[in-house]
Design a protein around this ligand. Structure first.
Ligand SMILES: [Zn+2]
Length: 409
């Protein structure tokens, strides 16, 4: 974010509030009442939000307060300087470069107006979505999902392809997670990683592997329209929808307890595209004895790209192992444990009845290539077992037979 000292004064100027007395309009408020004539908020993404209020009263309006904040976040209170008058217009410019709002959040705002007669009026809350309006977005909705893409970006089926992938993958993912669906899911498709990253930098968001904002019901992805964009959609959209559904599954308090290996492991395992790069990273680390301990993947992954890549690859592999061994009930039991605030290790113990170390040992063993001998044993194992059983059954009979023989002979 730019922080030029010379700009600070300018920004403060923006925050100067205008209090103008006007003639009482025709739509005068009832005696003793306070009426709101204009109430709006307009934003320029990553720059400013401009809140405007015009109110009128029979007596002088003496004080106005603005309240605003993102849904689920802190509320900011701004007392506005007012020159007492019957009709007052105030404007507050909130500088988003100094105090960013979460991108794509729903922002609530309302006002409190006081007059000289001691009357107070609080407006009902209004809201707007803090979209990245540096771009013009097109949209397409269906089945509780809305896909937004930058106008003019992609061919006519671009948005429809994304919507189809979103709906179909959400259904598949939720067959396992069984999370309550949010009332609405909004998927914003940027035209490239650069513009998506820039949006995050502009709004002071840290780069995190995915760009889902599960608490907002918003998914952000970057999908250039060129080439086989549907393949990238099949990888990225299910990944981000998984985060959203994991969040839903452990809401309200549990998301911060969900270990990174489980959240990212599910997201990565749900990507609908083969991922040879993950497989290679995993196999190289295993062969070199450089696998990252599972315990270290309970927390956010390291920023180093190579280590991050291996972290995703391992998490994906661990989740696939849990799926194979414990099935959907195992995955859901894990999410329930973390929803209740379990630690990384105790969640595994509660849900899978194995220690985190035990899980790791079993998973690592599953990665070891099978020796030809062991594979052969496993293949003939059932026949060997039957043979052993037949011997065990036959043995007492033979003994009995011999004893008989001795007795009579
Ligand atoms: Zn992710």
């Amino acid at each position: 974010m730019p922080a030029f000292a010379s700009l600070v004064a300018l920004r403060r100027l923006w925050s100067v509030l205008v209090a103008v007395g006007l003639l009482l309009p025709a739509a005068a408020p009832a005696s003793g009442g306070i009426a709101v004539l204009e109430n709006r908020a307009e934003h320029a993404f990553a720059q400013r939000v401009t809140f405007t209020l015009q109110a009128a009263a029979d007596t002088d309006i003496t004080a106005i307060y603005l309240f605003f904040g993102p849904e689920g976040g802190d509320t900011t209170t701004v007392p506005l300087p007012v020159t007492p008058a019957h009709t007052v217009t105030v404007e507050h410019v909130h500088d988003l470069r100094d105090a960013p709002l979460p991108p794509f959040a729903i922002v609530n705002y309302w006002w409190r107006i006081e007059d000289a007669a001691g009357e107070t009026y609080t407006t009902p809350p209004e809201q707007f979505r803090y979209t990245d309006n540096r771009f013009r977005w097109e949209e397409l909705s269906g089945g509780g999902f809305t896909v937004h893409w930058i106008a003019g970006h992609g061919d006519p089926v671009f948005g429809q392809t994304a919507l189809d992938i979103a709906r179909q993958s959400a259904e598949e993912i939720n067959a396992e997670l069984r999370a309550p669906l949010p009332p609405a899911v909004d998927i914003y498709i940027y035209d490239g990683q650069y513009n998506l990253d820039a949006a995050m930098v502009l709004t002071g968001q840290e780069w995190v592997g995915g760009q889902a904002h599960p608490e907002l019901g918003v998914v952000l992805v970057a999908i250039p329209a060129e080439g086989n964009y549907a393949a990238k959609m099949r990888r990225d959209i299910p990944h981000e929808i998984t985060h959203l559904l994991v969040y839903q599954a452990v809401t309200p308090a549990g998301y911060r307890y969900v270990p990174e290996w489980l959240d990212e492991g599910l997201a990565t395992a749900n990507e609908q595209l083969p991922a040879p790069d993950y497989d290679v990273a995993l196999e190289n680390a295993r062969a070199a004895g450089r696998l990252i301990p599972l315990q270290d993947l309970c927390v956010p992954f390291p920023p180093d790209p190579g280590r991050a890549m291996l972290s995703y690859a391992e998490s994906r592999s661990v989740v696939r192992f849990i799926r194979e061994r414990y099935g959907g009930p195992g995955i859901r039991a894990l999410l329930r444990a973390y929803a209740d605030g379990a630690s990384c290790a105790s969640g595994v113990r509660q849900a899978l009845h194995v220690s985190l170390g035990g899980l790791e040992t079993a998973w690592r063993a599953s990665l070891e290539p099978q020796s030809p001998w062991r594979a052969a044993v496993e293949q003939v194992g059932v026949w060997v077992g039957l043979w052993v059983l037949s011997v065990l059954v036959a043995l007492p009979l033979a003994t009995v037979g011999r004893r008989y023989g001795h007795g009579t002979g």
